[in-house]
Design a protein around this ligand. Structure first.
Ligand code: SF4
Length: 354
């Protein structure tokens, strides 16, 4: 698979520092030309670590009995969201383990609409709301969209069906995840997906195919990060790693994604920042233009253990790192993905032609 002279698999598997430098420089040039030097902020509230799913890699999986569980009340989430807005950050992301009961969806729809309404009353345009709550029915996604959420992140984790099967129990199926991504797009969300990098059995060819998958799915937002094994999960016992440098490969994946999809938003994941102190700086230089500082209450941060020893950074230290990379942290804009608007425009034109 090639893109503008880059052989994706060869670049991803190369240990040549010269090639790495060339790729990073090309991605940075492209990013500055298409997206400028702004890095947008989404204040992250991880409001519940209760999860009904059993993903084989994740510390929140329902079978992990050693994890202390928490579930924030609606009032607490609203208070946190408004505090983030009053601190000048205009977008939040609500994330939780999967619980798609109608009752819970209704509760979160209430939270979203109150956050939108109250923040709007305080200062237009109000809070921009991203959700990352896993798989739901079309009706449930629509309920949350109608309540005021406008972006949704649902990672495919690997577009390689064999890798997907390897990291999920049999009842969690690839086709269903794909169907959910299509629902989200049909409803009108800005849709984000992403993958883990360096999973057991995952090859460089599989990662190259992931990049093509993102293009084919016409996604608006992307979140990728290195796989970090969690000791309380079955996948941590695996030893068949093909990708040895998950960090360097993640940076290359970001740079290639930026070249292939110049108008999307791309998150510099916390996993990337946790695995290497240079994660934020290099992630931004590779084309990352969104950061998600954690605003989960301090006492619950360690319990949101998707992977172990997750460290969080203050907004100030994120700002300093972003500036040291030569970029600007932008709190005051929603910073929506231009790809979304381009996609809507193209769809409108098609409809006009029909
Ligand atoms: S990855 Fe998400 S759905 Fe899977 S166990 Fe973790 S929190 Fe639950």
């Amino acid at each position: 698979m090639r893109f503008m002279g880059w052989d994706l698999e060869a670049v991803l598997s190369s240990a040549d520092p010269g090639l790495f430098g060339q790729l990073l420089a090309a991605a940075e040039k492209n990013r500055l030309a298409f997206r400028g030097d702004e890095v947008y902020v989404r204040g992250l509230i991880e409001y519940s670590n209760q999860c009904r799913r059993d993903c084989l890699y994740c510390g929140l999986r329902v079978s992990n009995r050693s994890l202390e569980r928490y579930h924030l009340q609606a009032e607490e989430i609203i208070e946190l969201g408004l505090a983030i807005y009053r601190a000048g950050i205009t977008s939040i992301a609500l994330q939780a383990g999967e619980n798609s009961s109608d009752r819970e969806v209704e509760r979160i729809a209430g939270v979203v609409s109150e956050l939108r309404e109250k923040s709007m009353q305080e200062r237009p345009p109000g809070l921009g709301v991203t959700l990352s709550l896993g798989e739901m029915t079309y009706r449930q996604y629509k309920r949350l969209y109608d309540a005021g959420a406008h972006r949704y992140l649902l990672r495919i984790e690997s577009s390689d069906v064999q890798v997907f099967k390897r990291i999920h129990p049999p009842r969690q199926v690839y086709e269903r995840r794909l169907e959910c991504l299509h629902y989200l797009k049909d409803i009108g969300y800005q849709v984000g997906t992403g993958v883990m990098i360096g999973l057991p059995g995952q090859s460089y060819a599989s990662l190259a195919a992931d990049l093509n998958f993102f293009v084919e799915q016409d996604i608006d937002m992307l979140g990728m990060g290195p796989y970090i094994p969690h000791h309380d999960t079955p996948l941590a016992k695996a030893r068949d790693y093909i990708i040895q440098d998950a960090f360097g490969t993640s940076i290359k994946m970001m740079a290639l994604a930026r070249l292939m999809m110049p108008d999307i938003n791309m998150v510099v994941s916390t996993a990337l920042q946790n695995i290497n102190p240079e994660g934020l700086r290099l992630g931004v230089k590779a084309g990352g233009n969104v950061v998600m500082p954690v605003f989960t209450p301090q006492e619950h941060q360690a319990e949101y253990a998707l992977y172990p020893n997750k460290e969080t950074k203050s907004l100030e230290s994120i700002r300093l790192e972003v500036e040291s990379a030569g970029y600007r942290l932008c709190l005051s804009k929603w910073g929506d993905s231009p790809h979304y608007f381009n996609r809507q425009l193209a769809a409108g034109k098609k409809e006009g032609l029909a």
